[in-house]
Design a protein around this ligand. Structure first.
Ligand SMILES: Cc1cc2nc3c(=O)[nH]c(=O)nc-3n(C[C@H](O)[C@H](O)[C@H](O)COP(=O)(O)OP(=O)(O)OC[C@H]3O[C@@H](n4cnc5c(N)ncnc54)[C@H](O)[C@@H]3O)c2cc1C
Length: 327
């Protein structure tokens, strides 16, 4: 029966939550097809026995530990290709995120394998994994099965929920990987957490989202002040345009290539309402938009639209909310 190999990314002694979700999903799927879920971790001395074995808590029965640079795609591709060639895994599963996409795509090219990206769910038919991928702006689901020996499934970021299985420690097996010449061309200069990377926009009740209409990175102070005035469980979110411009961290991005949210109140400041943004926030209970262009698409799906300059409206709104809350 095919085993599933899951790539587990780690940073500063902790396995990434998105990867834990992928391991949990791998364990669920493996148990249904009668195989095992194995994980692979790549890195240096920080990969302690305890850290590797802890993946057993999320359902991995075995963890392959490869000594190679972590955080770069090609060394991970080398390591995964070797482990799959030596052990005959039927599937490779990734939790998504930028590195997951890059490694998964590289592995697909290396193995000549089929790959499904942006997967939001996986089910089983006739003992085989079928990946479900939203298409056409999330309005339909395509179902993808694999004809290649190895099927590669890359989840949408945080699509798979991390669940403790209570299964205990996994066995840890060291693998020796000979890096291909091109995998040694890049070196890691620096790693760090993005500002706001820990923002939990998916769990917020109130989201104040900022777009290119804020004008510059400093413009986000306006929406940060407004979110602060709302208080409680509120947070700041962003469009891809401003994330790409480096104005705000990717962790706060809503949309097709970001997170999907459904807060009680979603307030958009300077956001046009592109379809790729809409698919990530359209389930919000109440949508309020501030935009100077009365024809902006966002007004077509807003409960309340305010046409005007956000630089004038947002500070007034912040003051009004503070006043209502008594300070
Ligand atoms: C494959 C793909 C995936 C994508 N994924 C995503 C995604 O996940 N999330 C996402 O958000 N986008 C995504 N995009 C990009 C998307 O198509 C839009 O380009 C993006 O959402 C636009 O961001 P924006 O609304 O901030 O900027 P703009 O479209 O430039 O809109 C800015 C708005 O601000 C208004 N404005 C300007 N100044 C003011 C002012 N002073 N006061 C009030 N209003 C003002 C303007 O009228 C305008 O409507 C994706 C695109 C592609 C092709």
């Amino acid at each position: 029966m095919p085993d599933i190999l899951v790539y587990a990314l780690h940073y500063e002694g902790a396995i990434n939550k998105n990867s834990l979700g992928a391991v949990s999903e791998g364990a669920r799927l493996a148990s249904e097809i009668g195989g095992e879920c194995h994980a692979i971790v790549v890195g240096g001395d920080d990969l302690t026995d305890d850290l590797c074995a802890s993946l057993g808590n999320h359902g991995a029965t075995k963890v392959y530990r490869a000594q190679a640079p972590e955080g770069l795609a090609q060394p991970v591709v080398d390591a995964m290709a070797k482990v799959i060639a030596d052990n005959g895994h039927g599937y490779a599963l990734f939790g998504g995120g930028l590195l997951g996409f890059e490694v998964g795509a590289g592995l697909a090219a290396r193995l000549g394998a089929g790959v499904a990206m942006e997967v939001t769910a996986v089910h089983i038919e006739d003992g085989k994994l079928i990946a479900e991928r939203p298409i056409l702006g999330d309005s339909a689901i395509s179902q993808i099965n694999f004809r290649s020996d190895v099927g590669i499934i890359i989840g949408r970021l945080n699509a798979f929920e991390a669940k403790e299985s209570g299964a205990g420690a996994a066995t840890v097996e060291d693998v020796q990987v000979e890096l291909s010449p091109h995998a040694q061309q890049a070196t890691m200069v620096q790693r760090g957490e993005q500002r706001g990377a820990d923002v939990d926009i998916e769990g917020a009740d109130v989201l104040v989202a900022g777009g290119r209409g804020l004008g510059k990175a400093e413009g986000f102070e306006l929406v940060e002040e407004l979110a602060k005035a709302f208080g409680g469980n509120s947070a700041v979110a962003a469009t891809r345009a401003v994330v790409d411009a480096g104005w705000y961290p990717y962790a706060a991005q809503i949309g097709q290539t970001g997170k999907t949210v459904a807060p009680k109140l979603y307030l958009a400041a300077g956001i046009s309402g592109a379809i790729q943004h809409k698919v990530g926030m359209q389930s919000s209970e109440n949508i309020v938009a501030i935009n100077k262009d009365a024809n902006a698409p966002i007004f077509e799906f807003s409960d309340l639209g305010v046409v005007g300059d956000l630089n004038k409206i947002v500070p007034k709104l912040t003051e009004a909310i503070k006043a209502k809350k008594g300070g």
